[in-house]
Design a binder for this molecule. Structure first.
Ligand SMILES: Cc1cc2nc3c(=O)[nH]c(=O)nc-3n(C[C@H](O)[C@H](O)[C@H](O)COP(=O)(O)OP(=O)(O)OC[C@H]3O[C@@H](n4cnc5c(N)ncnc54)[C@H](O)[C@@H]3O)c2cc1C
Length: 444
């Protein structure tokens, strides 16, 4: 029996989740159940593996177990940029590695296509719109990064448009930004509504249990004649011959990848609903998403009706245990500064929610994908592209389990795997995060 020693601890501060209607009471796992496939974790990866297994094997029973409420996890706490190429502008090296860059974009777009098809066919109400994303600069360093990014996009034949300061002000309602690059193929979404909608529209052979944190697991042991893995929660257990861990950085708790993942928290804050008068004061377009030119800068969303709010996200902190409470005031203060410097005329508009969410990175940026031990599979580490990459990884993992083959699957399998963390990795991450914040300067 393996005790799951690392589990997430969530608060109820996720703005995206809190502004939705209260969800129906969850179905909690009780008693002992058996199924054909058991998936742990209902973020983007877990939802995609579950749906794809159920689609491809409609006679099988597929069970998805989530420790908290769907929508309150990192997936529902994200900023809702469903993007096709990464946030960070890798400047020259991006253009140097053209084939890899094209493959990465193709992979991400396959994830977005799968989401688009699902959301459209089930009419999931989650403000899913293909508005593209703006990378915007507020410093001359940032402007230079945008130029490098444009060069990289030219090298891989991607379309985009460049905007000057006047156009930025027309769209964003602030003179803060001096230049922006608009990349048209990304979507914006209300992330908590999306993951809840994805869960609500699963094929009939799927059962979902929430508020059912897995606290221990017995892995099958063929030498002892056991072919089922069994997971235990406070009130029940579930067994299956195949399990999938879609548990983000908490996969370490299941006995895998120790010292190979870098657990981070990043933070978001959302205003209360803007009044009509404040909307007029703000000006600009009713909906957009801005990613700072500098990777350590502030992302911004203006969220349109029915919500009409502004969201800012910035800073990263190192935390294995998803400690959201002790640092949330510190994060909110940084958000306040970013907000008021962009929209001083809205300085009297308070944040209604500030929250953190768990990310897991690897030192070399490589993902966890595939079999971790016999019939135990995992898909973890989607860097800053969790919506697209988490979804396509989950979909491809299901196809791999069922013996399908495709070019994308081969590409995913050919990727490297996370390398081992350095000694004192947490200290290194903290120093790095602080240095990057200083360099980001006004773009934070
Ligand atoms: C503030 C913020 C903003 C972000 N913005 C964006 C963005 O705009 N675009 C983008 O693409 N990405 C963004 N991300 C990243 C994205 O949210 C993550 O990459 C993505 O959620 C990872 O998906 P996942 O399925 O691997 O993990 P998660 O979404 O974390 O899902 C893992 C699930 O496993 C569950 N779990 C873990 N352990 C157990 C257990 N023992 N028992 C039961 N359940 C368990 C967790 O509760 C969780 O629900 C953002 C992240 C944050 C925090």
């Amino acid at each position: 029996m393996h005790n799951v020693t690392l589990t997430p601890e969530y608060d109820n501060q996720n703005g995206w989740q809190e502004i939705l209607d209260t969800p129906a009471e969850p179905t909690i796992l009780t008693g002992d159940i058996r199924c054909d496939y058991l998936i742990i974790g209902a973020g983007y990866s877990g939802l995609a593996v579950t749906r794809r297994l159920a689609e491809l094997d409609p006679e099988a029973s597929v069970v998805l177990i989530e420790g908290d409420r769907i929508g309150n996890n990192a997936a529902g706490r994200s900023s809702g940029f469903a993007i096709d190429h990464a946030h960070n502008l890798r400047a020259k090296s991006f253009a140097d590695a053209q084939a890899a860059a094209i493959a990465g974009v193709t992979m991400n777009r396959a994830g977005l296509d799968y989401l688009d098809a699902t959301i459209t066919s089930h009419a999931i109400d989650c403000q899913w719109v293909k508005e593209g994303k703006y990378h915007a600069a507020a410093t001359s360093r940032g402007e230079g990064m945008l130029d490098n990014f444009a060069e990289s996009l030219d090298a891989i034949d991607e379309d985009y448009s460049m905007l000057g300061a006047t156009e930025c002000q027309e769209i964003f309602g602030t003179p803060y930004y001096t230049k922006a690059l608009h990349a048209p193929h990304s979507y914006l979404v209300q992330p908590a509504a999306m993951v809840r909608g994805l869960a609500d529209t699963m094929p009939e052979n799927v059962s979902i249990y929430e508020r059912s944190m897995v606290t221990s697991v017995e892995y099958a042991d063929a030498t002892a004649g056991s072919t089922n893995h069994t997971v235990h929660t406070d009130r029940g257990s579930a067994s299956a011959p195949i399990i999938v861990l879609a548990t983000n950085g908490f996969t370490e708790g299941f006995g895998f990848l120790q010292k190979h993942l870098i657990p981070l928290i990043t933070w978001g804050s959302m205003t209360r609903e803007l009044t009509d008068d404040e909307s007029v004061r703000l000006g600009g377009h009713e909906s957009y998403g801005i990613i700072a030119a500098h990777p350590a800068g502030t992302s911004v969303r203006r969220v349109t009706t029915p919500n009409n709010r502004l969201l800012v996200r910035n800073i990263f902190s190192f935390s294995k245990r998803s400690d959201f409470t002790s640092r949330v005031d510190w994060a909110a203060k940084t958000h306040r500064k970013a907000f008021e410097s962009r929209w001083p005329e809205l300085a009297d508009v308070p944040f209604e929610h500030s929250w953190g969410g768990a990310l897991s990175l690897s030192r070399n940026g490589e993902p966890v994908f595939g079999e971790l031990r016999p019939n135990v599979y995992g898909t973890v580490v989607h860097n800053g592209v969790g919506i697209a990459r988490g979804t396509i990884s989950g979909k491809l993992l299901a196809e791999m389990i069922l013996g399908h083959d495709s070019e994308l699957l081969r590409q995913m399998l050919a990727k490297g795997r996370p390398n081992r963390n350095l000694p004192f990795q947490d200290l290194g991450v903290r120093i790095n995060a602080r240095a990057r914040r200083m360099i980001a300067g006004r773009e934070e």
